[in-house]
Design a binder for this molecule. Structure first.
Ligand code: PLP
Length: 422
């Protein structure tokens, strides 16, 4: 079935195909792939098939063991194709945060080394940066960024803090809160020029499956991604890219047999340095890998550039529509060179968490709020439509006029806690 999406001859036919084969979209205006994307029938089918094989053949029967090893290799190869990397630069992880931590924990950072990050990072980026200050005595620089900043202004701010002491730069490819795309290749070049020791680690939670990626072309040192957001794959699976020549310098923080080049029981041991699989521990779920491979194939068959053009066109449309609602302020990036498929807005003094809940109650629209800006964030993916944007805009207008429906409260169970976690 994956091939069907590749065979759709126009982009519009592809988006329609994806829409028709992603069941949740039949009844729900799903605008939250920046948190977790919806599974298509193909992805779910690949996962079911693997579970069925385990049920009937047994997980360690010879055919399934062979297939499982081949599946792991295939996953690395597909993740590499997605990232513009080689398969032996890819480690299988649980999620983005897992990959980010491999790098922040594994790089030998000494007291006084510079760690640079930004003011629009997710907790998964800023908290590891703070831990490098707490545990290793690093000097932390937090570059302030605003949604309206041009790429030139962003680069100038990085230039002001990167110097010969810079050891690590941790940045999002696309910010979860402002939706702005950072000029990655330029930041990498700048950091590497400032210090031969500087490494750039990208939080790609909001880029994989969203914007076309080419880690080799950008020169970035490490890049962590999930399967479960814009790629619409299963939760619990991710990938970490580390540039060939940077693998040996990273110490694996948690170790298993994969981190040993050789050992015996007489005290002889040689650590594994050069293989990226030193980061991987033991069992990886076959159903998750099967779903991940299918999700990547589905995205690549859709055409990464076409996906990027489509989601940015939807954001532009949302920008025009929401700008016409009195009391609404768009808080996400609107510039042509920084805009992404993440669209965020404030609506008067309405509480954003409650408004997001209201949208689910009143318009069956699933989205989230961004506490930092009291903003509602819509993740606009290729399967979303102008009609859906219109429906959400109307529901916001109604909330501004009549207030938030009391019933909306039922849609905020444990919401504050859930938002903090993701
Ligand atoms: C920018 C960013 N980084 C990291 C994360 C956490 O991602 P994961 O669950 O893959 O660790 C998120 C989740 O929303 C995010 O938006």
């Amino acid at each position: 079935m994956v091939n069907d999406v590749a065979h759709a001859t126009t982009h519009d036919a592809r988006w329609a195909w994806l829409r028709a084969h992603t069941p949740v979209l039949r009844d729900t205006v799903y605008m939250n792939c920046g948190w977790q994307g919806p599974l298509s029938e193909d992805v779910a089918h690949a996962m079911h098939e693997w579970i069925d094989s385990e049920l009937t053949l047994g997980p360690t029967s010879r055919p399934l063991l062979d297939a499982r090893i081949a599946l792991g290799a295939r996953y690395r190869e597909r993740a590499a194709a997605l990232l513009g990397a080689d398969a032996d630069e890819i480690a299988i992880t649980d999620n983005t945060t897992h990959g980010l931590n491999f790098v922040t924990a594994g790089l030998p950072i000494a007291p006084g080394d510079g760690v640079v990050t930004t003011g629009v990072e997710h907790p998964s980026g800023i908290v590891p940066a703070y831990y490098l200050r707490e545990r290793r005595g690093a000097t932390l620089h937090i570059v302030p960024l605003g949604a309206d900043d041009s790429p030139g202004a962003i680069i100038e701010r990085f230039a002001a803090v990167c110097d010969a002491r810079t050891r690590l730069v941790i940045i999002s490819g696309v910010s979860f809160s402002t939706g702005q795309r950072l000029p990655l290749a330029e930041i990498v070049a700048l950091a590497h020029r400032a210090s031969p020791q500087a490494r750039v680690l990208v939080d790609g939670a909001q880029t994989a499956g969203h914007e076309p990626l080419d880690v080799h072309a950008s020169g970035v040192d490490a890049y962590a991604i999930p399967m479960h957001k814009w790629l619409c794959g299963p939760g619990g699976l991710g990938a970490l890219y580390v540039r060939h020549d940077r693998i040996a310098e990273l110490e694996p923080a948690a170790v298993s047999g994969h981190a040993a080049a050789s050992y015996d029981f007489n005290g002889n041991f040689t650590p594994e340095r050069d293989s990226i699989q030193k980061f991987e521990l033991t069992t990886v779920s076959g159903p998750l890998l099967a779903g991940g491979v299918t999700a990547i194939d589905q995205y690549l068959a859709s055409g990464p550039l076409a996906v990027w053009d489509r989601v940015r066109a939807l954001t532009a449309l949302a920008g025009e529509r929401f700008a016409r609602i009195p009391g609404v302020t768009v808080t996400s990036a609107q510039g042509d060179s920084t805009r992404s498929g993440l669209f965020a807005f404030q609506a008067g003094d309405l509480d954003a968490q409650l408004l997001a809940a209201h949208l689910q109650f009143a318009a069956r629209a699933v989205c989230r709020s961004v506490r930092e800006f009291n903003a509602v964030r819509l993740s606009l993916h290729v399967y979303n439509t102008p009609d859906e944007i219109e429906a959400v805009a109307k529901a916001v207008e109604a909330a501004l006029t009549h207030g938030i429906a009391p019933e909306a409260a039922a849609f905020v169970p444990n919401f504050a806690r859930a938002v903090k976690e993701t």
